[in-house]
Write a protein that binds this ligand. Sequence first.
Ligand SMILES: [Zn+2]
Length: 276
Amino acid sequence: MEKQVTLATEVTYSGIGLHSGKDVTMTLQPGKPGTGIVFVRTDLPGQPEIHARAELVTSTLKATTLSENGAQVFTVEHLLGALFAMGVDNCRIRMDAPEPPVTDGSGLVFAQLVQKAGRKEQEAEKKIYVVDKSFSVYDGDKFLIMLPYDGTRVSFTSVNVHPLLGTQYYDVLLDEETFLKEIAPARTIGFMHEVEQMRKMGLGLGGNLENALVYDDTKCLSVPRFPDELVRHKILDVLGDMSLIGPWKGHIIAVKSGHSYNSQLAKQIIAYREGK
Ligand SMILES: [Zn+2]
């Protein structure tokens, strides 16, 4: 029997949010067995809790937003992806703003915070959903499929019109080592031609050339960590968004998909499990 895992101690990190640009101090704390991942908005009256669950996703525009008890948290997918890949089941995330720190734009700092805090097994069984049928979301030539598989695997094909990006493919059989080496360091992507429009919408205010992989029309203005950093980051996003169904074993095949597809697939799986 695999047991549930929480942090051994708490760990704090401060920074600014990717989209809001707001200062935030975040403390990851151990959580009780069976409680899952819970955000706590310490800046709001009554310190409302927001559970990291697929049914609470209310927006997927550029990032994943969760809403509960009249409060929101957004751009949670990189932090959630890191907690999922590092096997953390129960964690309280206290934040004094709606958005976790962007850190270096990837999942690496969050994974390192888990390592710094240490992990502890708990006296409760880890409830892993072993995918037992196929699920899919199709939209023209874009799709996202979950299949039964003995392991946690993601195969992603990303297609971008930018001449330096084009078609990228990456396949990962997830464990802690592959996550830390191949997926966690991959950062968010940004395009100069989108920056002005995004800022008008109040998005990307905390982004810069270090915490995002930024391209103009012909070149990359940042220093890439991988030649295929975009598709690796997309896998991080998938892991974060799909962690909202709890721990799972299965194979995700994604073609040109993004946050809204992840959310639709997660909700489909939740509905199926509830109907069983
Ligand atoms: Zn992302």
